[in-house]
Design a protein around this ligand. Structure first.
Ligand code: ZN
Length: 403
């Protein structure tokens, strides 16, 4: 069997939804992923797919210890491409507002409910069954299956470790089955291929003033007032624009600091999200903020930095995947075969592990994932038919790309 359509046909609706339901029933907020990683590992193992645990350790900031699950299908031709299939196993912290069991996996009207059902256990089930289907086919290229921890946590430690430990070195392209269209910047619906994402830096700005008695504020330098001025200046930054990804943006998030009564506050700290488009590098956005601060001519000392990270290369850079890349063409063809129509094209509005693959690892990266609603919130659900459709598109597209 080698025709892409026949690979898609081996993806079974009921088995896929049953798997998704089991995944949703395992509580797996980030940093609490042991049970779900063991489940994914054992599911692959029971099918003879030779999974391995890949240890992830970040002792300095988070103290996190956990495991990704990886598995590889070896192709027959050494020169053929290697395709990365990626999904994350964690969810956000379970939100309080659920009016039912947040891990119920209840299905009603074609919607499967649960925290993480859409982001992204639907996509995780999709690459699991697609990988199982691909194992039954003769492929020229390799498939690297990766189910990673901590995408929803602060640093994407699972995907970071894959890159740091060389798993992506021999990969030529990546598919990430994150929920797609609902998180796109423009109005896009499935079937869709999401071909890029803005990046994001988090400004961490230290403002140091000078304390004085609060009854004589003119004798001090008020760090809280100056932090507010810096926030307003960042809010007005001139951001760049990209024809596909849209505009960069700035969102001041938080000001910490202050003093006791009757004292002029001597320190404050400002955090601001800075979403970026290609060309807006870390140095560019640092210089931009420094110039905006210099123009204010404040009496406080202002130090523009970025949030602390476990390593200097842990940040989300922007990327755009060429519409003519062979993987995109293969997924386009697979969408025609599976869904009977052309995929729409979109671009992601925020950041995730796909930025690490698309930017840091420099892999042409395509997001193709099932939609739902209430992502990260109470009442999160995924459309079950889209989960099956995505699994089939991934299987057929991968088989076509890998030959
Ligand atoms: Zn996600």
């Amino acid at each position: 069997m080698s025709h892409p359509q026949s690979v898609a046909d081996t993806v079974d609706d009921e088995a896929t939804i049953d798997l998704l339901q089991q995944l949703v029933r395992i509580r797996s907020p980030y940093f609490e992923e042991e049970e779900i990683t063991a489940f994914v590992h054992d599911w692959l193992d029971e099918r003879g797919l030779d999974p391995e645990y890949h240890h992830v350790s970040e002792p300095d900031i988070t103290g996190f210890e956990g495991d990704n699950v990886v598995a590889r299908l070896e192709g027959s031709a050494p020169d053929a491409p290697t395709l990365l299939l990626n999904a994350h196993v964690d969810t956000v912290k379970i939100v309080d507002a659920w009016e039912e069991d947040p891990c119920s996996g209840r299905i009603e009207d074609g919607k499967l409910y649960g925290q993480g059902a859409c982001d992204m256990k639907g996509g995780l089930a999709g690459i699991m069954v697609a990988f199982e289907a691909l194992a039954e086919v003769d492929l020229a290229g390799d498939v690297l299956f990766t189910a990673v921890v901590d995408e929803e946590g602060p640093y994407g430690l699972g995907a970071d470790a894959l890159i740091r430990d060389g798993y992506t070195d021999d990969c030529d392209a990546a598919i990430v089955t994150e929920p797609g269209p609902i998180l796109c910047q423009s109005d896009v619906s499935n079937p869709a291929l999401v071909l890029g994402a803005r990046g994001r830096y988090l400004y961490d700005v230290a403002v140091t003033g000078h304390a004085a008695h609060g009854s004589q504020p003119h004798k001090g330098v008020n760090a809280v007032v100056d932090a507010g001025r810096v926030a307003a200046a960042l809010d007005e930054l001139d951001v760049d624009s990209h024809p596909d990804l849209g505009d960069g943006s700035v969102c001041p998030l938080k000001i910490d600091g202050g003093s006791q009564t009757l004292s002029v506050p001597e320190s404050a700290r400002l955090l601001a999200d800075r979403h970026v488009v290609p060309g807006e590098t870390k140095e560019v956005v640092r210089e931009q903020a420094e110039a905006a601060v210099a123009a204010l001519d404040l009496d406080s000392e202002v130090d523009v930095g970025f949030r602390e990270a476990p390593a200097a290369d842990i940040y989300y850079g922007p990327y755009v995947t060429d519409e003519d890349h062979p993987l995109v063409r293969s997924l386009d063809g697979a969408t025609h075969e599976v869904a009977g129509k052309a995929p729409e094209t979109g671009y992601f509005s925020s950041v995730g592990d796909f930025n690490y693959f698309g930017d840091r690892a420099d892999l042409p990266t395509v997001i193709v994932g099932p939609d739902g609603e209430n992502i990260h919130g109470a009442g999160e659900f995924v459309y079950t038919d889209e989960v099956v459709e995505v699994a089939r598109i991934v299987a057929a597209g991968a088989a076509s790309y890998l030959g």
